[in-house]
Ligand binder design. Structure first.
Ligand SMILES: [Zn+2]
Length: 262
């Protein structure tokens, strides 16, 4: 909220500086207010049977995800996205990540369908994932295993957590996918954990999204590829972009997490 307020006052300052007409100023104000509509429309309800205590959830609308309408595509994806309201993540920022993700996956023929947005208030000890401290058997940080186990039984996967910090070998975001077909039962599989820092980090490609990057790992069941061109799953941070390699698209389309539309 504070960020939006800052934006708005900045725009007003600019308008005064540039001597814009009142009519132009009003339409710009209406445009800025459009961003606030996301907040106004939100109706979070208690997230039944989750182990998160005060968690609240809402089903995102088509307009939340696709302001210009959902495209008709061969594959659909349902997902759960939870943000910790005690971090700078907000509903509007989560939706911005989801819109970018929708646009990126559209190139692979995948449309976001039912997305549950969850607002959580994690205790301080759970706001940070340390990828350096992992369970010796599973290779998963205990915090990840503990939080994922609180997802309700009916939660859609992949499930992404927008949290305060990721520390250790991965410093911005991390995801956990089954390495073997048999390993699909643990609640932490097909989860992604994204630090707030990954959101505001300046990028060469404004359309890039760390949420799309982590979800792509989970869907393609693949890691990074080093190529001469920039793309979504590049191994070098400076080479990350919104473009998806054709091979990665094919692997994404083979994901058991997707629904095939007739
Ligand atoms: Zn990655």
């Amino acid at each position: 909220m504070q960020f939006r307020r800052a934006c708005r006052s900045l725009s007003w300052d600019l308008m005064h500086a540039w001597g814009l007409t009142r009519r132009a100023a009003l339409s710009l104000a209406a445009l800025l207010a459009g961003g606030a509509a996301v907040e106004a429309r939100s109706r979070f309800a208690p997230w039944a049977e989750s182990g998160f205590g005060s968690a609240e959830a809402r089903q995102l609308t088509e307009r939340d995800l696709y302001p210009k309408g959902r495209p008709s595509l061969p594959f659909s994806l349902d997902a759960t996205v939870a943000f910790d309201q005690r971090t700078p993540w907000t509903q509007a920022r989560a939706i911005r990540q989801l819109r970018k993700t929708a646009a990126i996956f559209e190139a692979c023929g995948v449309a976001l369908r039912d997305v549950t947005l969850v607002r959580l208030a994690l205790p301080p000890e759970d706001r940070r994932i340390d990828t350096g401290l992992t369970d010796p058997v599973t290779g998963v940080p205990p915090t990840v295993a503990r939080l994922a186990a609180r997802l309700p039984a009916g939660a859609a996967y992949p499930a992404a957590f927008l949290i305060g910090r990721v520390a250790g070998s991965a410093s911005l975001a991390v995801s956990y996918r089954p390495r073997l077909e048999a390993e699909t039962t643990a609640p932490y599989f097909n989860t992604a954990w994204i630090a707030y820092q990954s959101h505001w980090l300046p990028r060469r490609d404004e359309r890039y999204s760390p949420l799309a990057h982590e979800l792509a790992h989970l869907l393609c069941r693949c890691g990074h590829t080093e190529t001469a061109q920039r793309h979504l799953l590049h191994s070098a941070r400076n080479f990350l972009s919104s473009g998806v390699l054709p091979d990665d698209c094919k692997r994404i389309q083979d994901s058991p997490l997707l629904y095939v539309n007739n």
